[in-house]
Ligand binder design. Structure first.
Ligand code: AMP
Length: 221
């Protein structure tokens, strides 16, 4: 049986951090659509150039290209046992396209954890977020600062603020989240796949709740 986890929650809810922690628990890869786009951007591909304007404005990249990019990634052999998706699907069209692609492989979404965080907290967290240019490790200047300012603890790389992490763009990303992504929450709720998690507890408690939800997957209802 394969496991497909779809992490839901506003930008800055910690779903990326939690998705990475689940990799070791489940032994399946983490695929972040935002990371895929940023990779294309840094490689200067045509897709990256196309996506850049949308990302800069805090808007969604059109469904057709996003779906194609993510489906191409999750049909790689390393996802045969399943995948932890982060940042995808963000629209109903994407959710339906995902279901169809999984069905063709004899798979289905197994769990959709929704990490709740208030809007104020989202803005507070994201504007203090810093990312390592080399290894992608994520820090927060308020509650998870690096040991040395501007330097990654893991690899010594340079830390930077994502260009879409400024307060104005974050507010627009939140607006996009409510407008486009909230129907996706209803979509998974209706299928009995949604598990709601308090994202404002300490990170370790969020991780515990998430692990518990994942562990319950294998048990009879
Ligand atoms: P993230 O790292 O998930 O916050 O994504 C950064 C940006 O990439 C978003 O603000 C969008 O512009 C774009 N993006 C990421 N995932 C998607 C998606 N599933 N659909 C459309 N655009 C996306």
């Amino acid at each position: 049986m394969s496991t497909v986890v779809v992490m839901l929650g506003p930008p800055g809810s910690g779903k990326g951090t939690q998705a990475k922690r689940l990799v070791d628990v489940l032994g399946i890869p983490h695929v972040s659509s935002g990371d895929l786009f940023r990779h294309h951007l840094s490689e200067g591909t045509e897709l990256g150039r196309m996506a850049h304007g949308y990302m800069e404005r805090g808007e969604l990249v059109p469904d057709r290209v996003t779906v194609e990019m993510v489906i191409e990634r999750i049909t790689q052999p390393d996802c045969d046992e399943g995948v932890i998706l982060d940042g995808f699907p963000r629209t109903l069209t994407q959710a339906e396209a995902l279901d169809e692609a999984l069905r063709e492989q004899g798979m289905a979404v197994t769990l959709a954890p929704l990490i709740h965080v208030s809007d104020e907290e989202v803005i507070r967290r994201i504007t203090a977020r810093r990312v390592c240019r080399d290894c992608g490790a994520v820090y927060n200047l308020v509650f998870e600062p690096p040991q040395e300012e501007g330097v990654c603890d893991v690899c010594g790389g340079d830390l930077y603020r994502r260009e879409d992490d400024d307060p104005e763009t974050v507010r627009h990303r939140l607006y996009t989240y409510y407008k486009e992504t909230s129907p996706v929450i209803g979509y998974y709720f209706a299928q009995g796949l949604l598990v709601e998690i308090d994202g404002q507890q300490p990170t370790a408690d969020v991780e515990r709740d998430l692990r518990n939800a994942v562990q319950r997957l294998g048990e009879p209802a």
